[in-house]
Unconditional design. Structure first.
Ligand code: GLN
Length: 274
């Protein structure tokens, strides 16, 4: 038993370290180089690497068995989410433009820097379409910065910071302390298979949740014991931590299941109305 746990954490650790380093690079890169550079870099990367292919695959007709799940790819740890979604049988696509948003059945908002992602979303004309998509019931899963972007109310944020909103929560940015770059802790999410080992990177927490919000997970132990770090409201899911970095697919699986159910429900209601 002990040996098993030891081996598991040893084999998992390099992947987590790489993921944390990758995300930390994104965060510092953005702060150092500013928005204009990022936008140019992201668009150049988009065109050079995968732009045409991704747009084409996003337009292929979809089914509940293999839903098209977008990852907002303006900044942050996009790659890791694409991999997690593919592993669960979804068809993952990066989303950088409003027309790509219309082709997805669900969307992940990755971790990164929420003010940067918000500004890039406004600049690329995605902010209003994102708000409309959430209002229309598109399933959306936000991790860390993504949780901040889904929140209706923010604490410790610049007054001009814009969010997509839709989730009736008050989220405190950098809640675990500005000095705390990253740490790991167990979170009780009530999933089969026991508590989840969570990676937090300059993470927010949910300070207050409205009546319609289901609290999925809280920190277990340590100075942040009991803090809310995973929530769901209808088709919206948000976590303070980064399951895409640990190889534990249970939160992504929950989200892909929500996407599949929403697709099946839409197909059923459109059949009824014809
Ligand atoms: N602290 C970042 C923010 O406020 C979020 C960090 C993360 O996504 N890992 O946007």
């Amino acid at each position: 038993m002990e040996l098993d746990a030891c081996c598991r954490s040893r084999t998992r650790a390099p992947g987590i370290a790489r993921g944390v380093a990758h995300l930390a690079h994104h965060l510092s890169h953005d702060l150092a180089h500013g928005l204009a550079h990022d936008l140019a870099h992201d668009l150049a990367h988009d065109l050079a690497h995968d732009g045409a292919g991704d747009v084409a695959s996003a337009l292929v007709p979809t089914s509940a068995a293999r839903p098209v799940v977008g990852v907002l790819a303006l900044q942050g740890d996009v790659r890791e989410h694409l991999a997690a979604l593919a592993a669960l049988g979804a068809d993952p696509v990066p989303v950088r433009r409003p027309e790509e948003l219309t082709a997805v059945d669900g969307l992940v908002l990755p971790g990164g820097e929420s003010t940067t992602i918000g500004k890039l979303a406004a600049r690329t004309g995605l902010l209003e379409p994102l708000r409309a998509a959430v209002r229309d019931g598109l399933p959306v899963y936000g991790t860390c910065a993504g949780m901040i972007l889904l929140a209706d109310r923010l604490l410790d944020a610049p007054p001009e910071q814009e969010t997509i909103g839709g989730l009736d929560v008050t989220v405190r940015r950098n809640a675990f302390g500005r000095q705390v770059d990253s740490f790991e802790s167990d979170v009780d999410v009530g999933f089969d298979g026991g508590s989840l080992h969570a990676v937090f990177i300059r993470a927010p927490w949910v300070e207050e949740a409205g009546a319609a919000v289901q609290v999925l997970g809280r920190v277990v132990g340590g100075p942040a014991d009991g803090r809310i770090v995973a929530v769901r409201q209808g088709n919206l899911v948000a976590t303070s931590f980064h399951p895409e970095l640990t190889g534990d697919r249970r939160v992504h699986a929950l989200f892909v299941d929500i996407v599949r159910r929403a697709l099946a429900e839409r197909a059923r209601t459109s059949e009824e109305s014809t």
